[in-house]
Design a protein around this ligand. Structure first.
Ligand SMILES: [Fe+2]
Ligand SMILES: [Fe+2]
Length: 183
């Protein structure tokens, strides 16, 4: 939880920094995430027929496609700002939940209610490898994104970034859902 709060504070800090850069108050200090560049890195995945099927499966408060794009862009932005491999973060983030089923159905038939949480990173990696080139770093990002639940330590900084971005996105999605319901 501390890491999530620290990252949220960092994101607000970066946002303020960009506002000041835009206003010409201070020069650009960190590389800026650019949406067009991001799309160029992941366009083949975003438009792939099999990947588009994620729009058919519910996840948190919307469909999986919506969630993975959010995680991917946040991971890309953070990785770029900190000089990491932002291409791998963008692609790994996009593929981290590439499982093509409704997890609520799986949980309903799973007595321990833990199978989906532990298995879906491996299912996502299998699907990713079936349709795309997946580097060693991207594979680590996908398989370790459920840390600490799966207890497999991320080997790379980008894997930590995607894992944290996943948690931030989940909190954000439930928060927006809560606001909509209480309007
Ligand atoms: Fe996941
Ligand atoms: Fe996720």
């Amino acid at each position: 939880m501390f890491v999530v709060i620290a990252l949220l504070i960092l994101l607000v800090g970066f946002h303020l920094h960009y506002m000041m850069v835009r206003a010409g108050i201070i020069p650009m200090l960190v590389p800026r995430p650019i949406r067009r560049e991001y799309i160029g890195l992941v366009d083949d995945i975003l438009r792939h027929d099999e990947f588009m099927k994620l729009k058919d499966f519910f996840h948190h408060t919307n469909h999986i496609y919506d969630h993975v794009v959010r995680v991917s862009f946040i991971s890309y932005a953070i990785s770029k700002m900190f000089g990491m491999n932002y291409k791998a973060a963008a692609r790994g983030g996009l593929l981290h939940d590439f499982f093509l089923y409704d997890w609520r159905e799986r949980k309903a038939s799973d007595e321990s209610r833990a199978l989906h949480g532990k298995e879906h990173p491996h299912i996502a990696l299998e699907n990713a490898r079936m349709h795309f080139e997946v580097s060693e770093l991207e594979a680590d990002i996908i398989v370790k994104h459920m840390f600490p639940k799966t207890r497999h330590l991320p080997l790379y900084r980008e894997s930590v970034v995607v894992s944290v971005a996943d948690k931030i996105s989940t909190i954000y999605e439930y928060y927006c859902h809560f606001l909509r319901r209480n309007r």
